[in-house]
Every structure is written in structure tokens, then in C-alpha cells.
Design a protein around this ligand. Structure first.
Ligand SMILES: [Zn+2]
Ligand SMILES: [Zn+2]
Length: 115
């Protein structure tokens, strides 16, 4: 089933949506077997269904069109809270930063911020 609200950042095509994590994971398994591409299922903050995203992007993120960081760059928005937390953990280990995860007030995902 194609989403009416969510579109691919790459080609503008509507994303496939799944009602449950199980449905999405079954689709990901089918795609892996038939097309050799690894996808992971994530719960969409926007439509509350499940979509698939390439696995190579370990912590899938997009550019938020509404939020900017201190230097005027668009903030990265993570699609899932878990992805944002994973990213924060990596960055916190690599540096002395203490990053915190918060939900984008425009509903574009999850952001990281310095405490
Ligand atoms: Zn969606
Ligand atoms: Zn935002």
C-alpha cells in the first residue's frame, strides 16, 4: 500500500506503508531475497505506519526543513527516537559532548541538542 502523506526523499515517489512492524519486516525480507537490498523497518512519526529505509544508513536521518542549528545550518532529523539515541551515543563517545534527544516540534523526527 502506498502512503498518501510520505514520499521518498530520493525520487518523490510515495513510500510503501505497512500497518504493523511484522508486515514491514516481511516485506523487507521479501525485498532482500529478491533484490539483494537490505532494508530496515521504522515507525513513521508522521503517518504512524511503518516504512522501509535502506539499512546502510545505520541511523537514518533527513534534513529538517524547519529547524536550524546555532550556525544556521539545517538540523539533521532522525526518523526514529532509537536512531537518534544511537547517534547521540556514538557522538558522545567520540567527543566530550553531551547530546540529548528531543522530538522535532514540527513533527519531522528527532533532533540532537547539546545540554
Ligand atoms: Zn509516514
Ligand atoms: Zn525539526
Amino acid at each position: 500500500m502506498k502512503s498518501e502523506t510520505c514520499f521518498s526523499k530520493k525520487n518523490g515517489e510515495p513510500l510503501s506503508q505497512y500497518y504493523t512492524q511484522l508486515d514491514a519486516e516481511e516485506a523487507a525480507t521479501f525485498i532482500k531475497e529478491n533484490y539483494q537490498s537490505s532494508l530496515i523497518a521504522y515507525e513513521c512519526n508522521k503517518c504512524e505506519y511503518w516504512h522501509l529505509t535502506p539499512k546502510s544508513r545505520h541511523t537514518p536521518s533527513i534534513e529538517c526543513h524547519s529547524c536550524f542549528d546555532g550556525s544556521g545550518h539545517r538540523k539533521q532529523a532522525y526518523l526514529t527516537e532509537k536512531g537518534a539515541l544511537q547517534r547521540a551515543q556514538i557522538l558522545n563517545l567520540q567527543s566530550s559532548l553531551h547530546l540529548r534527544v528531543y522530538e522535532c516540534m514540527f513533527g519531522n523526527g528527532w533532533h540532537l541538542t547539546k545540554t
